[in-house]
Design a binder for this molecule. Structure first.
Ligand SMILES: [Zn+2]
Length: 545
């Protein structure tokens, strides 16, 4: 008994010593609860971007930052960074047709055959340009892969497959895991960089891992973009149905399945088709501003406090849909992502009260327009030079189920950085097992806000619970996750409930606090590992400072 008591005492002292190097208040789960309860309430109307609820949320977060004593880190001495955006909706006057060199043209049917958006944000544009099949449209020097082989896409229409070359080899496009090259966002960006006027992504359900209805629903309405900033954009960023693609290449006497086989080879070369896209794209254009909310704690070491550990979480959600009946028309977004906001607010409070302050600075950012395609964080990532401090690591929080105390943590992407040994060490202190990405082929790394920071060269990853919770087995965690995805995720039913248990969210905040303490005091900054797809971006970023 006595020996066991001694042992327990030692464990307690050990943990306390680790956690209490700096003097700081404890993360409080009840405070996280209060934030989630308010942010997910009817009053906030689902925190829609460019809606009253989204503005209320931003104002609330800024007021909390101020009450904790965080310093404004936005523009003109405020907590806000204005994010200029434009809503673009393709309207009914649009026509979209395929014109073969010989034979009859084919008019395509909006939503059934194709979806398209004018990323160039013009009210009207005419396209009459030849179509070129470019395989996957990937140029990836680190895998010695180049689908373009010097072919000039200027003024042309790129036709390509979503996803990336089929591979089981972990050293080739990361095997089964999806790299950024496989994402549709990459396809539009890369072809626009190469001067294409339009891009047609061939939808294959098996490759996209979602059906045409998902494409149709998410592209049918208004899409939001950052205001044009010189980044090349397409006049027609489009998806076409697989059967339409089959018809299209058929006009050139080619076979879609054979083209797919050809696209698996390093020797693939672009194939110009004797078919043009003739389109008249008409859009309604609607400029507006949204806001990121930024607060900071100045670091104590003048040699290092120009650098900062950044914490991010998106505060926006889908807002209110006034075309639907009252009572079922608010997308409350309690888990997604009032939980992440509650966590970074608590982190802000605790960091502001930490004495002495860490060597490096701490920057807390609640970002907007994540649900529109990571736009608020993209703007933040593109404008780090305007921030009062330079982020050296981003820890992101997105959608952390308030269902108890986790025994696992997910930190996908951390293993690609020099910071990983520290993550492993801290996880051990917290008795957390690191859970690997459960579905690497889905490319989740590229679908949350940390990616916006990662791609500009800042080591970045999300911190979230795994599947194993205290008092339950892994199957229970998986069943909870499935229940959430099936019944609440991105639906009005993602509501706050008094039965929610925020101890796990608090634990994840404490974990992030401990990581932040390390990152803020280590002599060296975290780096993307050699050969990583973001290594070059980091070199550029550090060289440019
Ligand atoms: Zn979401």
């Amino acid at each position: 008994m006595r020996r066991l008591g001694m042992l327990l005492a030692m464990v307690v002292v050990g943990t306390a010593a680790l956690a209490q190097k700096a003097n700081a208040p404890k993360i409080d789960p009840q405070r996280i609860r209060a934030h989630v309860k308010y942010l997910a309430s009817d009053e906030l109307e689902g925190r829609g971007m460019n809606q009253k609820g989204g503005d209320l949320a931003a104002d609330y977060i800024a007021a909390q930052f101020k009450s904790y004593g965080l310093k404004p880190a936005g523009e003109n001495g405020t907590y806000f960074q204005q994010v200029p955006m434009v809503g673009v909706k393709t309207v009914a006057d649009t026509t979209f047709g395929l014109v073969p060199a010989s034979g009859a043209p084919v008019e395509l049917k909006a939503l059934d055959d194709y979806v398209t958006t004018d990323e160039q944000q013009k009210e009207s544009v005419e396209i009459n340009a030849p179509i070129v099949f470019v395989g996957y449209g990937i140029s990836a020097p680190e895998y010695q892969w180049d689908d373009y082989k010097g072919y000039d896409l200027k003024g042309k229409v790129a036709l390509l497959f979503v996803n990336e070359p089929v591979s089981e080899d972990p050293n080739f496009f990361k095997g089964k895991a999806l790299t950024y090259y496989g994402r549709w966002t990459y396809k539009f960006e890369e072809t626009a960089r190469r001067g294409a006027i339009a891009t047609l992504i061939i939808h294959r359900e098996d490759l996209a891992s979602y059906p045409w209805t998902v494409v149709r629903n998410s592209w049918g309405g208004e899409k939001s973009f950052l205001k044009l900033d010189g980044t090349p954009k397409l006049a027609a960023a489009s998806w076409i149905q697989q059967e339409v693609a089959r018809k299209l290449v058929g006009m050139a006497g080619l076979d879609l399945d054979k083209l797919f086989q050809q696209a698996q080879s390093r020797d693939f070369k672009p194939i110009p088709l004797p078919v043009s896209l003739r389109a008249h794209i008409v859009s309604s254009i609607h400029p507006f501003n949204s806001r990121n909310v930024l607060g900071m704690v100045r670091g104590s070491n003048p040699a290092r406090n120009g650098e900062a550990v950044l914490y991010t979480a998106h505060y926006d959600h889908f807002g209110i849909d006034k075309s639907k009946p009252r009572g079922a028309n608010i997308f409350h977004g309690a888990a997604d992502n009032a939980t992440g906001c509650g966590i970074i607010l608590e982190l802000g409070r605790v960091w502001a009260a930490t004495k002495p302050a860490a060597a490096r600075s701490i920057l807390i950012a609640a970002v907007t327009a994540e649900e529109q395609g990571l736009l608020g964080s993209e703007y933040l990532g593109k404008h780090t030079a305007q921030l009062p401090v330079r982020p050296i690591l981003d820890l992101n929080y997105d959608d952390l189920p308030p269902i108890g105390i986790p025994e696992e943590v997910e930190v996908v992407g951390a293993e690609r950085t020099s910071f990983y040994p520290i993550v492993e060490e801290v996880a051990k202190e917290f008795h957390l097992t690191i859970r690997p990405d459960s579905r690497p082929e889905a490319g989740h790394y590229y679908r949350s806000d940390h990616f916006s920071l990662g791609r500009v060269g800042i080591p970045a990853f999300s911190v979230s619970e795994g599947m194993k919770y205290q008092g339950h087995d892994t199957a229970w965690g998986q069943a909870e996750a499935k229940e959430y995805v099936d019944n609440r995720y991105h639906q009005p039913t993602d509501v706050y409930e008094p039965s929610m248990d925020f101890r796990g969210d608090a634990f994840m905040a404490e974990f992030g606090y401990a990581l932040g303490q390390k990152a803020a005091s280590e002599p060296t900054i975290p780096m993307w590992l050699k050969g990583d797809e973001f290594e070059a971006a980091q070199k550029k970023l550090l060289g440019a400072k």
